[in-house]
Design a protein around this ligand. Sequence first.
Ligand SMILES: [Zn+2]
Length: 386
Amino acid sequence: MTELLYYSDKYRREIEARVTEVLDGSFKLDRTIFYPEAGGQPGDRGMFGPYEVIDTKKDGNGDVLHIAGKGAELPSAGDVYTLCLDWPHRYFFMKEHSAQHLVSALLFSQHSIGTVAVHQGPEFFTVETDKGEIDEDVLLDVEDKANAAIRKGLRVWQDETDHESAENLHMRRSIKVSGRVKLVHIEDTDVVACGGVHVDSLSEIGEIAYVSSERIRGHVRTYWKCADSALSYRRENAEIVKKLSVLFSSEPEKIADAAERCLSELRDFRHNLSAMSEKLASFIFSSYDQETKGSEAVIFSSELDAACYESVIPEDYHRSVLVADKSGKFLFHGEKAVFESMREAFPGLRGGGRNKRFRGSYQGDMDSFIADVRKILDGNGSIERA
Ligand SMILES: [Zn+2]
């Protein structure tokens, strides 16, 4: 079995190691500082001499596999090289893992909210709670208290105990392992069973930011950022506020009101525009109706959206109508058989409908589309246009 040094020497970034076994796409070493993926914390990556390690996992016996990836070159048994950790990757997840413990601990101790699942990712971590609803103020309170604990620089340490003593601690999270249990303590705050790698002091996390929450499977899942990721999140948000402030010519604290006003104006504008478009459509349609008196179809292209004519053309209108707009959409009023023959004639035509009303779109030149439809309607013995 590999000698595991990632607990006892967790800040160590390099170590000499010897290959003990080479497998398909991975290898084992006599000792390692690489943490294998477990408990939501991703596996470490880095280099072993000239060989890249893209991930670290445990095999079925709990031994550590250094994954080189499919088809990658592998060292030979007996080779000795320096095993070199991708430290920024590992250190970020040490901070994030510790931050997740802190958030779960505070949710529980301050607000009696349990944690049912967690996820640690490169952008954010999530804490899925056992509650169906959580007030936003509660999550902001946890954020404040977490940052206060970080400023205090509370200590974090790991130790090990037998199963019975661990059970007697009545921890907020049930113990998922058998035999001896690894415990992670946060000074004056928390103790849980966990086999991950954590920081020694909360001050290393730097900062925690509450991002958002959503309901999933009846539970509230909360999203958080920490360390540099929290810092860039706050910076990006500040940048967005600055840009919006310029766009709305508004002081930052009044942006929401300005946006609300703007949206309300836009809604009114759209409402008026739609009423005006309908009036205009009605006017245009009746002029074509007059112009084409005597023929069996009314066919024209329109600057207005084809949809504007929907309520303008009477449902029982006795002639066929095709209105096509500049965006490639059209409205057809007429017999289903005619629409079907249009569909056959133009493979790029999409759409459908019923009761003599068909809507669709055509990707291609609308002028020649209209000219060709006219021919089809002529073929049905129906058209001549003024
Ligand atoms: Zn942990």
